[in-house]
Ligand binder design. Structure first.
Ligand SMILES: Nc1ncnc2c1ncn2[C@@H]1O[C@H](COP(=O)(O)OP(=O)(O)O)[C@@H](O)[C@H]1O
Ligand SMILES: [Mg+2]
Length: 303
């Protein structure tokens, strides 16, 4: 079942089309990562589907409600607010209590402290928000998005500007929320993070979705194939790979012969069993064969 459904959505600021014909479905219970460079349109997308700004054309629904009916579902959506909208003079815990009441959150003080701990704000409950670092402000924004126990959680760059240790905490939190059955939509320009946490990833570039799929699908994307490292004795040379390619009637590309292994590329992961079989049947001894993961970064760069 889809929680968010977007059809031919465009958003213009003046004459600039910031979102161009976006089509996207976000399914119940998934973690969806929206990746893109600065200025790609990630925040604009979030602002448009949450009603902070109006669409220019196209349509979308959230949990079956159209943009005109968003008020019916707002309570079920947790959106991470902008850091600049925090009440700086309030202490962290008091701020969450206050916002929690508005969101109909049932948590008591100790439970809110637990929430603060989960986002990495242990010990900051009694400190005024204006004394928080940028990273801490981001964390309290994440905590705020979780108030009211929403079914859909939208986090805009939750880990940017946050130290690596806290970023891992946020990632664990996202996984925990998913296990609780939440649907999570998050954006990032940190592909590494998106890779680890997302069920599906969309790559937004210049207001358009250039790629969409599971991290694995994107890495295996057409044209690039799968790179494997094969350790044999003796090591396979270019000629051997050519022969292998002919035998299998598959495009196997020789990339590099290293000291104790050979790098080659096969069209897809599905070719691996046959490749290993053919190598074993040949005169060389096979010691190891492993996929050299193409990083999402590469996919991203090519988007
Ligand atoms: N309120 C606005 N008015 C005019 N242009 C805007 C506004 N908000 C964003 N933009 C422009 O839209 C583009 C996408 O911005 P944004 O959605 O913030 O990208 P991202 O979040 O991916 O970094 C940028 O070129 C930005 O300058
Ligand atoms: Mg942004």
């Amino acid at each position: 079942m889809s929680i968010i459904e977007v059809n031919h959505l465009t958003k213009k600021y003046g004459t600039t089309e910031v979102l161009k014909d976006i089509n996207l479905e976000i399914y119940q219970g998934e973690v969806f990562g929206f990746v893109g460079h600065n200025g790609a349109g990630k925040s604009t997308f979030i602002h448009t589907i949450t009603g902070i700004t109006n669409k220019s054309s196209g349509s979308f629904t959230i949990m079956g409600f159209s943009d005109r009916q968003l008020n019916h579902v707002k309570k079920r959506i947790g959106v991470m607010p902008d850091v600049s909208n925090l009440y700086e003079n309030m202490k962290g815990l008091n701020f969450l209590r206050y916002m929690g009441k508005l969101a109909g959150d049932k948590r008591n003080k100790p439970e809110l402290k637990t929430l603060m701990k989960e986002v990495g704000l242990e010990g900051a409950a009694q400190k005024k928000i204006k004394s928080y670092s940028f990273g801490m402000k981001k964390k309290i924004c994440i905590a705020q998005a979780l108030l009211g126990n929403p079914d859909l959680i939208i986090l805009d760059e939750p880990t940017s500007g946050i130290d690596p240790e806290s970023a891992i905490k946020i990632r664990d939190l996202v996984i925990k929320l998913k296990e609780e059955g939440k649907t999570i939509f998050l954006t990032s320009h940190n592909l590494d993070e998106i890779d680890k946490v997302s069920d599906r990833v969309g790559i937004l570039s210049d207001g358009e979705i250039k790629k969409l799929g599971t991290p694995r699908q994107l890495k295996e994307d057409k044209g690039a194939g799968v790179t494997i490292s094969v350790r044999t004795k003796p090591i396979l040379q270019k000629d051997d790979i050519q022969k292998l390619s002919e035998k299998m009637n598959t495009d196997i590309i020789f990339m590099e012969a290293k000291r104790d292994s050979t790098l080659l590329q096969v069209p897809s992961e599905e070719d691996l069993p046959e490749v290993s079989k053919k190598i074993i049947q040949s005169d060389v001894h096979l010691y190891e064969m492993k996929i050299e993961e193409r990083s999402l970064e590469e996919v991203f760069m090519n988007a």
